[in-house]
Design a protein around this ligand. Structure first.
Ligand code: ZN
Length: 249
């Protein structure tokens, strides 16, 4: 069905172009593209399908919108023209950051092609203290040596720097998978590349490396439940939080 791909891409472009008209309304607001809609689109398939997830225009997902809200609400993160390193850049977050006043904005990934440079997060060929801020969402669950990766993030941050991190979180305790049984959870038997299922104890794992950690949920960044719903962040099928890990001065 590979020959259908160009058609699929064309149709998606057309839908994006028409989305302000197809989904005209004010019930939902995307902080990434600053557009409002009657609804967000569903994401995932079968058991993993979730409603109210994807912006019809910029395709932002819940975690992208949460991250942009964090930057909007915590101006100190992007103040002073920081040097930023963004792992596995999401298009909607990248578009937002390009518009900010940053002295350096580098993107990196092991596989992705349209990045500033390729890198292995477990072994970064970068000098100590190269960046003031790091953004890394939904990468660490696939990384075999978590301690090496987190230590590298800590090392390449300048004193006083921060890492904004998100990982898929379910439950309290992180589960490390090994061998062929690795899978997300009992209700989702689909094998995948994840080597661990993170719990809310991710913040403890960051603290062990030396980070000071804040954990922020949508309700911490928005005025009330209505605002959380309007930004498409009330989905309860997973724990939607962002971790702000700071390196001391
Ligand atoms: Zn959007």
């Amino acid at each position: 069905m590979q020959f259908l791909k160009p058609l699929e891409v064309q149709l998606r472009r057309l839908r994006n172009t028409l989305s302000p008209y197809l989904y005209a309304g004010d019930a939902r607001l995307c902080p990434c593209c600053q557009r409002s809609f009657s609804k967000f689109l569903p994401a995932g398939t079968a058991k993993r399908r979730r409603e109210d997830a994807v912006c019809p225009f910029c395709r932002s997902r819940e975690r992208d919108r949460l991250m942009i809200l964090l930057f909007e609400q915590t101006e100190t993160l992007l103040n002073g023209s920081p040097r930023i390193l963004h792992f596995a850049p999401e298009p909607s977050v990248r578009a937002y950051l390009i518009d900010q006043s940053l002295s350096v904005y580098h993107t990196t990934d092991l596989m992705q092609k349209d990045v500033s440079f390729k890198s292995d997060i477990q072994e970064l060929e970068l000098n100590d203290g190269s960046y003031d801020g790091i953004i890394c969402a939904h990468v660490l669950q696939d990384v075999p040596n978590e301690e090496a990766a987190l230590s590298e993030l800590y090392r390449v941050l300048a004193p006083g720097g921060w890492a904004v991190l998100s990982v898929p979180v379910r439950g309290e305790q992180t589960i490390q998978y090994s061998g062929p049984e690795k899978q997300r959870s009992a209700w989702d038997a689909r094998p995948d590349e994840h080597v661990r299922q993170y719990g809310t104890d991710f913040s403890d794992r960051l603290a062990l490396i030396g980070f000071q950690v804040d954990v922020l949920a949508p309700k911490d960044l928005l005025a009330d439940i209505a605002a959380v719903e309007r930004h498409g962040l009330s989905n309860e099928t997973f724990t939607n939080v962002v971790f702000v890990a700071r390196k001391s001065h």
